[in-house]
Design a protein around this ligand. Sequence first.
Ligand code: SF4
Length: 343
Amino acid sequence: MKKYLLDLTQTQFKAAAKHIIPKDYIFEQIMRWVYEKKVSSFDNFTNLSKDIRTKLSENFDLRTLSIVKKEISNIDGTIRYTFKTADKKSFFAVFLPSKDKNSVCISSQIGCPVGCLFCSTGKSGFTRNLSRGEILEQILQIENDTKQKISGVLFMGMGEPLFNYNSVISALKSLLSKNEFYIGKRHITLSTVGIAAAIKKLVEENLNIRLAISLHSTDDKQRKRIIPENFGFPIDEIMNAAQYYFKKTNSHLTIEYILIKDFNDSPADAHKLARLLKRRFLINPKVQVNLIPFNYVRGSQFIPSTSLSIEKFKNILKVSGIIANIRQAKGSDISAACGQLGY
Ligand code: SF4
């Protein structure tokens, strides 16, 4: 049975292909075709002999995903991709163009086991984890399709990345590696609902990427109404883990807060959030809040906060010394914005 090359680390690939690759320099040439030139077919590895190319194709798959749908936003050029896997499952990723850098928002799972009530991915249920290769291939396919260089990666698509820990860590190592994707740690953000134990483990990996905590509430009872049972971790434990990550890695920390009308968007909620962050991090410009206007999804019981309440919420944080940004919804006309990646 063929192996999926992107699922393998370089060491694993070298071991699996030792009967095909006679010399180290040929191995290095192959890695350059895969990660630097990002060529999608062994046939196009033109500096290799025909014999090696044939053997590679017989033993390895270079791509397993196909793009089955592509929706382009008329508003901002955001592209929502629907990918199909080799086992015929579909999932999404989003290309986010911008003047200074193009980013992708990629998925780590097909569906999501967490089931946040404001998120259409959560409503789709959970199918399976994506493999290391399937995570990385989203970026290669989008680069190839858009002919644009990707220099920012957000693990904010379908799924809770820390529930697919090993594949996500392996993909992150490839993204950071000088010999592979070579994307700076400041340009990679992993967003989590707050799996406290895994956040602490992530510190030990020494990757120092940016972390985003999907907090959305400062009160456990209130949070349980949108994130079922808080997914096992009370806010206090999540914040302990976030504080630990911040202290050890010195990377930026983002607190994500979806604003839902008459639910978590009152001035009192804003004051509570400001107090919580000041208590935990004092006033530190490296800890910022992303205010995300709730993107309505069909059948949802929630409605978006008004622009006035969003501004008021932001100002309360600002007056308290907390930097808060209102995240502009990207691709909302094609259901590519935050929380809209459902079927
Ligand atoms: S918000 Fe994130 S963790 Fe919650 S259901 Fe959606 S994808 Fe899963």
